[in-house]
Design a protein around this ligand. Sequence first.
Ligand code: SF4
Length: 433
Amino acid sequence: MKEHRILFDGIDTPDVDRWPVYQSHGGGEGLRRAQSLSPQTIIDEVGSAGLRGRGGAWRLVDVRWRQARAEGGAQYVVVDLLESEPGRFRDRKLAERHPHRLLEGARIAAHAVGASCVYVCIAAAATRARQVLGQAIEETGDQAIPIHLHPVQGPLPLATGDSLALEVLQGGRAEPRATDDVPGLPRLFSTGTAVVHTASTLGYLPSLLTTAGEIFSGVGSSWAPGTQAFCVSGLVRRPGLYEVELGAGTVRDLVEGAAGGARHDQAIKFVLHAGYGSTPVLRDTMLDRELDPGGWADPAAGEISGAFGGGVVLVADDSVCAVDTARRLAHTFADTACGKCLPCREGTAWLQSALEGLEQGTGTARDLEWVTRRCAHLSSSDLSLCGHGPMAARGIQALLEAFPDEFASHVDGGCPISKDLSMKVPDSVHVRY
Ligand code: SF4
C-alpha cells in the first residue's frame, strides 16, 4: 500500500521544524491566503473539500465552524494534543517534526472562527514535542493570534470528548464535563467559547487553504476525502506512522503491506483497528475491510460500536493471548479512569482483577460469566459521563466474542499459551519519522 502524504507533506525536509526552512518550502502560504479571505470563504472552502476531524468522531469541520460563526464567533481555538490512548502517537510526531504546519493550521482555524488566541493542551510527558513547539512559537514571534502551550500531567482518561482539555485549561481536575454533549459551543473561562480540534485535523489546513481545497479532490472516499495517518504498532515488522488515502485499501494492505505483517514469520491473530475500543476485533479472516470510515457503522454518531476509530491500529500475532490482552486493556482503563462516576471507577478495577485471576489460573467459570455480565452493564453509556467506561467494556466484550474458546480454556487452569513475546507498548517501538 502506497503512502500518500498531505498531512506529513515535507516532513522529511531537513530542519523543517525551523521557521526559515519551513517558509522557504512554501510554509505560511496557507495562512497568508486565509488572512486575505473572509472567514465565510475559508469555511466554504474547507466545507467543499469535505474535511472531517481526524480524532475518531469524523465530524465535518465546517459544520462546527459555521456553528461558531452563528453564535457570534468563538473566543478560543484549543488544540487537543493529549493523546492519552495507548498506541496513538500521530499528533506528537506532527508536533515534533512539523511544528509550523500545526501552528499555521491553528491560526487559520482561529481566523475562520474569529478566535483571538490559541491554546495547545499537550501531554506533559511529551517533552520533545513541547520543546520543539515552544521553539517554533518563539520563532514566529509576535503574531496577531498568540499561541500558548499548556502542559497537562497524566494519566488521563481515554475517549472523553472535547471537555477534558477545556477543564484542565481552566485549572480544573482532569475530569470530563457532564455537559459535553449539550448543544452550542463548549464554554471556556466562564464567559468564553471554544472550538476544539486534534492537532492532525488542523495540520491539513495549510495545504487546503494553499490549494483552495483542490489537494483533496479525487483523494480519499466520497464520505471522507483525503488521507489518514495510521499509527501502527504491536507485533509487526515495521511499526510506525503511515499516511494513506482513505478508501484506497484495506486493513490487510495496511498491516501486511505497509507495516510488513507479523514478525518472525508468525501469523496475525487479530487486529485492534480502532485501538483499545475496537469493535469488532478483526481476526485474520476479517482484515479485508476497507479503510473508509464512511463504510463502517455510523462513525459520525460517535458510537464506539463498529466505529472506524481515529487511526490507532494494534496488531497481535499468534503468540498473543486474548485474555492477557483483555487484562492489559482493563488495567489501562482502571489506571486512567478519573473516578468521577462509580460504574466506571469500580467496574474497570473489578474487571482488571477478574481478568488477572483468569490469566493466572485462579479464575472460575463464575468469574468468566461475571466479566461478561459486568461488560454488558458497563457498556451502556447511560452509566458513565464520558466514553471511557463504555469503551473499556466494549473492547473486552469484543475480545470475548472473537475468542470465546480461549477465554473458556483459561478457567481453572490459567493461560495455555506460552508467551515469549508480549505486545510492545507503543512508546517502546521504533517509530518511523
Ligand atoms: S466514565 Fe470514567 S473516565 Fe469518564 S467521567 Fe466517568 S469515571 Fe471519569
